[in-house]
Design a protein. Structure first.
Length: 246
């Protein structure tokens, strides 16, 4: 068994946190949960396990994760969200790895959306770099769509999956899209970017065509259309917000 710390950031995560932790305990003896002020049963559920539970005021996705990494006992970090459940096959695969500090390990994702596994569209064949050595890898601190600083690192794709239980309803997806659109606009504004008519009106159409037709989202039926449509709306809202900031 490899010495790996599992770092999880949380907020009102009672829906899946027990399943996430059950699988995490199969892999690690050091689980770190950084919570940003849950008002549901997240803290109660976490404290049923032998883990490190810390409450920290929200500082952004990357900042919260980096803080969690600093609390980890082991050098190797597996980063999970509270709606991401490792398959048993993935737990076994990671436990048997010969870890290399010069490598970042990327994990395939299967996305469950509104109660159905999505097989096509932009979400198909998703991989995310999540297993890394903390001495040379950290999260960037972008407001939205945080990523790892992994320049010059070799990436290795693992074979087994994390099941990501994403939005459970259309309303939840729309709410999240509005939130991400505003954060994305703030990022662009900070970087000195400007909104244009093409970006506000043509980019959303292009995004829809790409997701629904080019990436075969239509093969997921009604939900494939819903994902492509809401993603296009998020793009529109982002550049609309940016225009209002100028």
């Amino acid at each position: 068994m490899n010495d790996i710390s599992i770092v999880i950031i949380s907020l009102n995560a009672e829906k899946f946190i027990l399943q996430v932790l059950d699988r995490a305990k199969m892999l690690s003896n050091d689980i770190v949960v950084v919570d940003s002020g849950s008002s549901d049963k997240t803290e109660k559920y976490c404290k049923e396990y032998e883990l490190s539970f810390t409450i920290k005021k929200w500082a952004g996705y990357g900042a919260q994760k980096n803080y969690g990494n600093s609390l980890a006992r082991h050098d190797w970090i597996l980063s999970l969200d509270t709606d991401e459940i490792m398959t048993e096959e993935l737990v076994l695969e990671i436990s048997q790895l010969t870890l290399d500090a010069h490598v970042v390990y990327s994990i395939p994702f299967a996305n469950s959306y509104c109660g159905k596994l999505i097989r096509f569209g932009r979400w198909r064949n998703e991989h995310h770099a999540r297993l890394f050595h903390k001495s040379s890898v950290s999260w960037n601190e972008e407001a939205v769509h945080e990523g790892l600083n992994i320049a010059h690192k070799r990436q290795v794709n693992l074979n087994h999956k994390i099941i990501h239980y994403s939005m459970s309803s259309k309303a939840e997806h729309l709410t999240k899209a509005e939130k991400y659109a505003l954060m994305g606009a703030k990022n662009l504004f900070k970087a000195g970017r400007k909104s244009t008519i093409i970006k506000q009106y043509i980019n959303p159409v292009f995004r829809f065509v790409l997701d629904y037709f080019i990436f075969l989202g239509f093969l997921d039926g009604r939900l494939g259309f819903q994902i492509a449509w809401i993603t296009a709306k998020e793009t529109y809202w982002k550049y609309k917000h940016l225009k209002n900031m100028s």
